[in-house]
Design a protein around this ligand. Sequence first.
Ligand code: BGP
Length: 467
Amino acid sequence: MTNFPHDFLWGGATAANQIEGAYDQGGKGLSIQDVLPQGALFPPVEQPTPDNLKLEAIDFYHRYAEDIALFAEMGFSAYRFSIAWSRIFPQGDEESPNEEGLAFYDRVLDELEKHGIEPVVTISHYETPLHLAREYDGWTDRRMIGFFERYAQVLFERYGSRVRYWLTFNEINAILHMPLQAGGILTPKDQLRSQDLYQAIHHELVASARVTRLAHQMMPEAQVGCMIIAMPTYPLSPRPDDVLAALGAEQANYAFGDVHCRGEYPGYFLRVLREQGVELEITDDDRQDLRNTVDFVSFSYYMSACETADESQRIPGRGNVIGGVPNPHLEASEWGWQIDPVGLRIALNDYWDRWQKPLFIVENGLGAQDRLVEVDGVMTVEDDYRIAYLNDHLYQVGQALEDGVDVLGYTSWGCIDLISASTAQISKRYGFIYVDRNEDGSGTFQRYRKKSFHWYKETIAAGGANL
Ligand code: BGP
């Protein structure tokens, strides 16, 4: 039996581009996601094409009230969602915001308030305005810092009295692997110079710190967090070289948390830059800005991985953005993401020891192909596999709490079925709520409660005592 604190935030998470649809309504400009058609994550196309499921997604733009009511029925105390930058600044670099876009999120916040659900807002979730990608090559350009700050300022002015928890960039370390999605960088990855990639990372880190300072100035109650992909990496063998290789893989992720929590670049990261011949342009102001550290660390956790120094054993595994070498002791999901609930407890202990900041698990879940069936006259999905995955991970969160780790909350990824980020398909489903939409775009968009819906409701009501 596990004791979750009374004020533990229980909920779910989504991202604008994966749920809203209405890609050209309400004055919204195009984002990079609108030109990444189904099944293709690169290269982007010139114009949105009908095979891109994200254009309509699950139509949250029109159905948000119904969806939030379902979240409330499960007992959510928190809902993490992102604001689509291109709804607020359609191009990204204009002077004044789009009122219709701002009004949409007012309505979403009204609904959350009505149900007593705490909003957790991601300012940028893989949806850079397309114009910023085309004109500036995204975050490679220093001017992006100013555009992002202006955008954040508008959000803080408008929603500051209603939103306490803010996340700056979704999975900020993903830029190392997906420069377009995470950094709005159109230059293909294999042509992108390390110099430009790391300069873009630096710009994002400075922007994150500046926005953190702004939040603290404008909203004394605000809690600002960074957001990283957590992927505990085990040595494939106890050989010291393998242990060091695993540490190196961890450090590629730690670096982003270290800068956000300690306010400066760690030595091992500077060494990577030296070895790659990268000379960052860092101004004195940048150094000062980076000192604005975050209040908490949030992360996604889907899987762990292994690493080895032995090239012949470095079989590339599949996984969430970062692959890693497969672990022979673990099972995997249908998409090859290895399932490791204990890894979540390890990450929680590790991050708590390292940063001594409250932690927030803002993504975790199982992508699976679900089948809608009729049980006692009610349409549902018997997703016992998802219940098992979530139960085992939440049990380990409980163990970490017993270990003394400060955990603010848990928002399960894709609490309602949405369009997958890596496959751009709907058939990789995470939700407690099934959405009737098919790969060819057909479907009624009707919502159905899965078996896991009832399980999560019970779990929240029991405060985790049933895990
Ligand atoms: C994370 C992203 C999410 C989400 C999730 C699941 O990397 O932050 O946007 O999609 O992974 O990934 P996928 O949709 O590829 O299964």
